[in-house]
Design a binder for this molecule. Structure first.
Ligand SMILES: Cc1ncc(COP(=O)(O)O)c(C=O)c1O
Length: 364
């Protein structure tokens, strides 16, 4: 791990976000999405907060993430929202993971294996309403209901769907998905199946439709880390960014302003080396384009983003020294969203790709 650059993770802000979302959607339950190492924040150190907040179920993408969470001391249940592989079922049962289910063979095998060890495994049926990724189509749902009725070692604890466009201002498609999902829930109810958890809203859903009358839970990810899914959405929940990416100046060079060097240095007369590169998750697309904050001043990156470093034009800084703090993002002068826009990507990717060799430091 490198020790000159770190991701500062503010646990008070994380708690604030979770607390505010819980209040905002009440009486619905919040199932925070803490997959991909809590979107890069380092999940093991977030567990204290989610335990303190009384989170009863948290969501991950992979069985291995669920196991890590349980082993690290999460008190609640873990829902694995992506389909898992048949060979992962033994571990999933051993750790009592709750599985998102939409594949017949997986449901049957889960039942068989649970029977062998005398357990009842809980599943949340995933319904396909327009994401075109995973999930049971409405026209196949009755068949799945009949299947599950005949399986004694599984229990349908939940039902869910996933929105494809909830980050867009036009909420028409999301509302159509919600209507289809409502029909699926009604179909389950007609068959005397009343799952405890009925959930569809990710962050964008929470921000746009949290007051429906048929769901009992929400599944937000990005907003619990304090970021908006769309710059145009109002921050009516009062979320605060959880992370700042911080580095320091490791070298300063005065450059002789020779004409034949102009291409490489773009007119700079003083260049600072900052130890963060694409191997740390900083996008190479920001070569000659990105910006950082040094001594409260926004400075330009010059040249290519390297594997371990960037070079920054500090010609205009009067007083810059080795050891000075560099904010890669500070949520004030430079936001994660600024970086994502410049790199032609989304804030999710910038956050979740900060590599393990960047230390996470937790502050309150
Ligand atoms: C099934 C599912 N639910 C919820 C989420 C959380 O989404 P967001 O981070 O937009 O809130 C994700 C994230 O990818 C997901 O795949």
């Amino acid at each position: 791990m490198r020790n000159d650059t770190y991701l500062e993770v503010n646990l008070s802000n994380f708690k604030n976000n979770l607390e505010n979302i819980i209040k905002y959607v009440k009486p619905k339950e919040v199932l925070p999405v803490i997959k991909a190492d809590a979107y890069g924040m380092g999940v093991k150190n977030m567990i204290g907060v989610i335990n303190d907040m009384g989170v009863k179920t948290a969501c991950v993408a992979l069985v291995i993430e669920g196991i890590e969470l349980k082993e690290a001391g999460f008190n609640g249940d873990v829902l694995v929202i992506n389909p898992c592989m048949l060979k992962e079922l033994d571990e999933a049962i051993k750790y009592d993971l709750v599985l998102g289910a939409s594949i017949k063979d997986e449901i049957i095998e889960l039942n068989n294996k649970s029977k062998e060890c005398n357990k009842i495994s809980r599943i949340h049926l995933e319904i396909e309403t327009g994401m075109h990724r995973t999930g049971i189509r409405l026209e196949d749902l009755q068949e799945y209901i009949e299947l599950c009725k005949g399986l004694d070692n599984i229990k349908i604890e939940g039902v869910y769907t996933h929105f494809a466009t909830s980050d867009e201002k036009d909420s028409q498609y999301m509302k159509e998905q919600a209507n289809l999902f409502k029909r699926a829930v009604e179909m389950l109810n007609k068959n005397n199946i009343f799952p405890k958890y009925v959930h569809m809203s990710n962050s964008g859903g929470v921000q746009q439709i949290h007051d429906d009358d048929f769901t009992t839970a929400v599944r937000p990810g990005l907003i619990i880390y304090g970021h908006n899914v769309n710059d145009d959405f109002e921050n009516s929940i009062g979320i605060k960014p959880v992370s700042r990416l911080i580095s320091k100046v490791t070298l300063i060079k005065d450059i002789e302003n020779k004409p034949n060097m102009q291409y490489a240095i773009n007119g700079a007369t003083k260049i600072a080396t900052v130890p963060i590169g694409y191997a740390d998750g900083y996008p190479r697309a920001l070569s000659n384009k990105g910006k950082v904050v040094i001594n409260n001043v926004i400075c330009n990156i010059i040249g290519n983003v390297l594997m371990d470093n960037i070079l920054v034009d500090v010609s205009n800084l009067d007083n810059v020294n080795v050891g000075d703090i560099v904010y890669i993002w500070d949520n004030d002068k430079i936001t994660v969203e600024n970086i994502a826009n410049e790199a032609n990507t989304i804030n999710y990717e910038i956050l979740s790709r900060i590599s393990p060799r960047v230390e996470r430091k937790y502050v309150y």
